[in-house]
Each structure stands twice: as C-alpha cells, then as structure tokens.
Design a protein around this ligand. Structure first.
Ligand SMILES: Cc1cc2nc3c(=O)[nH]c(=O)nc-3n(C[C@H](O)[C@H](O)[C@H](O)COP(=O)(O)OP(=O)(O)OC[C@H]3O[C@@H](n4cnc5c(N)ncnc54)[C@H](O)[C@@H]3O)c2cc1C
Length: 431
C-alpha cells in the first residue's frame, strides 16, 4: 500500500491512513460564512449530523480542528454493531421497556443506514465482512444462553449461540469457551468510509473546513456565531460534536465526560497456513471481559488487534503490549506475528456510558459521548439531531435521561481509574 500525499495531518503509524486512495483536503476557514447549521467537529458524529441535515434540506457547515477523521473516528477497529457503550440490559434495568427498545432500535436502523449509504454513494470502504463473534473466557454457557434468549426476545437482536467447538473452529485457542454470534453486525474501513461521507456532503452543497478549530461560540441575534482561528460561521443553530477534545470551547460539556485511551496494533502479513491454525475466520472477534481484546483480519492476512484501556499517559510500548496480548490468546503465532502499525485513540465517556445528546439552550446542540461503541450510534444520533433541527422531531428526548451531569471534572479520572482497576482485577480473578 502507498500512502497518498494528501493524507498528511493524520497520526503516524495508523494503518487506515496507508489505505487511503483519496483524502482531499478541505480549505481552512478564512472568512465569515453564513449557514443554517454549523457543526463543530469532523468525526463521525459531526459528519453524520451534517449529512442528515443536508438530506433534510438544511444548509450545513462543518468546522474541524484538524483533519476529517483525525479523532477516534479514523482510528477505531471498524466493528459496526448495534447498541451503545451501555449494554442493552443496563438500559432495560434503567428505563421502561419501550424506551429501551426505542433506543436500541435507533442503532439497529443506523447499522442498516450505514450499509445503504455505502451502496447508494458507492463508498469504497470494504470489504463489508459480516458477523461479530463475542467470546467468553469463562465457562458460562447457561448464562450466555439466557442472555441471548432475553436479548432476542426484547430487542430482536438475532443473536446465535455458538458452542465452544464451533468457536474454536474459528478461533483456534483454548482461552475461549462459548460465544454469541451477531450475524447482522459487520466490519469496514472507518477512515475510508468517513472520507466517502465527506465527499457526499460537499457534493450535496455542504461546506467542510479543516484545520479550523472553533475557539468561541456566542449569541448572534437570534442565531449563533462560531469563531474559528481565522474565520467565523454565522448560523441559526449550532451542533457541538467535539468528543473529548472539547476543552475550553464549552466547560459544561468538558466537565461532563472523561477520556479513556485504548490501543490498536496491526501485524505484518502472516502466512495463510498459520492463520488457518490460529485466527481461522474473517468475522470480527470481541471478548466479554471488561478490558476486552477486539480484533479481526484486515487486508486478508494481517491481524488488527485492539485492547486495553487507560486513563493517563500513553505507554511507550503499545506495539509490544498488543503483541503480548495477541500471543496470550494465540501462542502458536509466537515468532510469526510482528507489529507493523500501532496507535492509540481517545474515547469520550460519560459516567452513564450513553451518548450525550440534547440542547443546552434552544439552538445550541451537543451530540457526543459515544465511548468505545460509536459507529452505529453516531449515525443514529446524527439522524436524531438532524431531524430535530430540520423537522422538529422530538426523538432526541429519548436521550434526556442521560444528560450532561458532572463527571467529576479533573477528579473524574481518579474515580474512573478506581472503577477500572476494580474491573480489571475482576477480569484477572475470573479467568
Ligand atoms: C482505538 C479505538 C477503537 C474503537 N473501535 C470501535 C469499533 O470497533 N466500533 C465502534 O462502534 N466504535 C469504536 N470506537 C469508538 C468510536 O470510534 C467513537 O465512539 C466515535 O468515532 C466517536 O466519534 P466522534 O465524532 O464523537 O469523535 P471523534 O472521532 O473523536 O471526533 C471529534 C472531532 O472533533 C474535532 N474537534 C474537537 N474540538 C474541536 C473544535 N474546537 N473545533 C473544531 N473541531 C473540533 C476533533 O479534532 C475530532 O476530529 C473505537 C475508538 C477507538 C479510539
């Protein structure tokens, strides 16, 4: 693969950047422009919101601080799965059943919408390999069957139970017992998808500005003024999709979430015969531990391996750490799997683990907090915000129970760190 020249501005060592065939640069905003809606942030949340608005007849301008997909949206594992970072069962425990069902259905529809947009707009981000298999490090078949029955009954998830023999045909490791197979989930190349969506946005008349960080938002008559470093957007409404990078732009949102790091490594190509004896599947794999491994084959015979979470500084040896985790599961690859790419990414978590979507003031929207499960939810929430603004649709109120409460400010990370240590200790103890 050859990296293209205009892929500059992304992090080094990101495999997806080297797969880009096209990543046209968008201009820096250097003047004052007017629009119906200004979307701040050019990740999946921002671009999905902008596309949803354009499709509903609104004009939209996106301002991105760096490059399209520079944040988590261009660094993730590429699993397109229904649901949110908060599990379906936790929603069911917290909300009335129809409300929980409504929220999950939004992401099931989003998963279909991503698929249909890829086809409709001919976005080259495949292969769209179907199926995510969630495996267990514990011998808990009964519990797993109960969970599948309930999820299928309440949320129509279409999950299948895979016994350990079947799991181990696909994942040749003694680490795993039984699994939950979700045939409707799939995987793709997220950065190429995002550039495809950006292209559609500009073709539909939307404007995208890169390297144009919003530095101040203020009232402007009945609308809003979004000042960037070198320009300004005047808009009737504004939508903040800045994830954890929001910093000083809005303290209310900055204080309502905390950052969590996670890591990915992509190996050099591995011999096909060795893959047959280890990761003998094209399905994406996820395990049920809190600090789970998530991985899949990319480019035919490389393994993209993600895992771990951390709240503080970036470790020096991401590649070695990830390789160590891979070899714990597939020791037969020792001496045959070597890291080629590695990177870290920041997730934006609210304590309730649900997206934060709503209005701080009329016309001042936020759409953020997707955590480690954002591909389908950013699409769902982009649609929800767009239909609220363009059509007065009230679906956004389904997210009201998960507002922007205080996440602890600077001490939020300490609380999260303790929770993390507790859960990690539980993983170690249980497996
Ligand atoms: C390693 C990793 C693996 C993951 N794997 C998966 C997976 O397999 N499946 C899945 O569903 N989810 C996954 N996720 C989660 C998913 O990627 C995120 O939930 C999703 O991308 C969040 O999108 P976003 O647009 O909210 O944030 P981001 O993609 O982070 O975008 C925010 C953007 O806002 C911009 N911005 C911030 N402040 C300003 C400002 N003042 N002015 C202008 N622009 C600004 C930033 O530069 C950034 O580009 C993963 C995440 C990571 C990091």
């Amino acid at each position: 693969m050859t990296a293209i020249a205009d892929a500059e501005g992304y992090i080094d060592h990101n495999y997806y950047v080297d797969t880009l065939q096209t990543a046209p640069r968008h201009p820096v905003l250097g003047e004052t422009v007017e629009t119906d809606v200004c979307v701040v942030g050019g990740g999946l949340a921002g671009l999905n919101t902008a596309l949803g608005l354009l499709e509903r007849g609104q004009d939209a301008v996106v301002v991105e601080a760096k490059r399209i997909g520079w944040g988590a949206s261009g660094r993730n594992a590429g699993f397109v799965a229904k649901g949110y970072s908060a599990s379906e069962m936790s929603l069911l425990a917290r909300l009335e059943k129809p409300h929980a069902q409504q929220l999950v259905t939004l992401t099931q529809n989003a998963r279909k919408l991503i698929h249909s947009r890829i086809e409709k707009f001919n976005i080259d981000c495949g292969p769209l390999t179907p199926g995510v298999l969630t495996v267990s490090w514990k011998d808990n078949a009964r519990e797993m069957r109960d969970y599948i029955d309930k999820a299928n009954d309440v949320f129509h998830t279409g999950f299948e139970f895979w016994d350990r023999e079947k799991v181990r045909e696909h994942c040749k490791t003694q680490r795993y017992f039984d699994g939950v197979y979700s045939p409707q989930d799939y995987q793709f190349n997220p950065l190429r998808y995002l550039h495809g969506i950006a292209k559609v946005i500009t073709e539909q008349g939307g404007r995208i500005f890169e390297n144009s960080p919003a530095v101040k938002i203020s009232r402007d008559g009945k609308g809003w003024k979004v000042e960037t470093k070198e320009g300004c957007v005047k808009a009737r409404e504004v939508v903040l999709c800045c994830s954890i990078y929001i910093d000083g732009l809005d303290k209310r949102l900055a204080n309502a979430a905390f950052p969590v790091q996670t890591y990915i490594m992509v190996t050099k190509p591995i011999d096909d015969a060795l893959l047959e004896q280890s990761l003998n599947t094209l399905h994406a794999i996820y395990d049920m531990r809190f600090c789970s491994d998530y991985y899949r084959r990319v480019d035919g015979n490389r393994i993209l391996w993600g895992g771990r979470v951390a709240l503080w500084s970036r470790p020096d040896n991401i590649a070695g750490m990830m390789l160590g985790d891979l070899l714990k599961v597939y020791p037969q690859l020792k001496g045959h799997a070597a890291p080629d790419y590695y990177w870290s990414g920041l997730l934006c978590y609210a304590p309730h683990k649900m997206p934060q979507l709503g209005q701080i003031e009329p016309g001042y929207w936020y759409n953020t907090g997707f955590g480690g499960h954002g591909l389908a939810p950013t699409t769902a929430c982009g649609e929800v915000v767009a239909s609220a603004i363009a059509e007065g649709d009230e679906t956004w109120r389904a997210f009201e129970p998960f507002g922007i409460g205080f996440a602890g400010g600077k001490s939020g990370r300490y609380v999260a760190q303790m929770v993390y240590w507790w859960w990690r200790a539980r993983d170690l103890f249980l497996v």
